[in-house]
Design a protein around this ligand. Structure first.
Ligand code: ZN
Length: 190
């Protein structure tokens, strides 16, 4: 459902459910603050890695994965602080909690996109496909564009990327394998 790629969507759903369950446990007083923080840290690291590997990411080419993992420390601390400030207590805050969790799920989809480029089969082509979301001008321009994995990496553009006009925080775009020829980096419309 989420980015409409059957390889990663079940993992994204599982992450969504586990993250929500963890926050609800904290809200119910079942975890100390440091237990919550540690479990959140493990959950994020596990799913970032899982998404990377599910995309065929080569663990020998994991520097970008490591950056994503390190970059999450601040987010883990912030979410811990907010949860223990009672921000997501009660039914009246359910929608706010779900939208916060959604941005975390998108970050896992981003690790999948990183893994697609760290795949050893660099000549394979991937086509950009718009997801079900509001689209920024970058994603609209990239819709249907075919490049090799290596060219996508050189382009600097990937789904959920921070350099998309929208910042990627709600990007549900994906890239799928295709037999079509690459349009070539010089023809990139952005
Ligand atoms: Zn997008």
């Amino acid at each position: 459902m989420l980015i409409d790629d059957p390889a990663i969507d079940p993992i994204l759903e599982q992450y969504n459910d586990q993250l929500l369950a963890l926050i609800l446990s904290a809200n119910n007083g079942e975890l100390t603050r440091s237990q919550f923080r540690n479990q959140l840290d493990v959950l994020v690291t596990t799913f970032l890695t899982l998404a990377f590997l599910t995309a065929g990411g080569d663990i020998g080419n994991r520097s970008e994965l490591d950056q994503l993992i390190e970059g999450h420390t601040e987010g883990v601390n912030r979410l811990t602080r907010d949860v223990y400030a009672g921000t997501y207590q009660g039914e009246e805050n359910e929608d706010r909690l779900q939208s916060r969790v959604n941005t975390w799920v998108i970050a896992i989809a981003g690790a999948y996109a990183v893994g697609q480029e760290a795949n050893t089969r660099q000549d394979e082509r991937l086509v950009w496909r718009l997801g079900v979301a509001d689209h920024c001008s970058t994603c609209l321009a990239l819709d249907g564009v075919v490049l090799t994995r290596a060219e996508w990496e050189s382009s600097g553009y990937r789904p959920q990327g921070r350099n998309l006009e929208c910042g990627g925080y709600n990007c549900k775009c994906s890239r799928l394998l295709t037999d079509s020829e690459s349009i070539g980096l010089e023809n990139l419309p952005v």
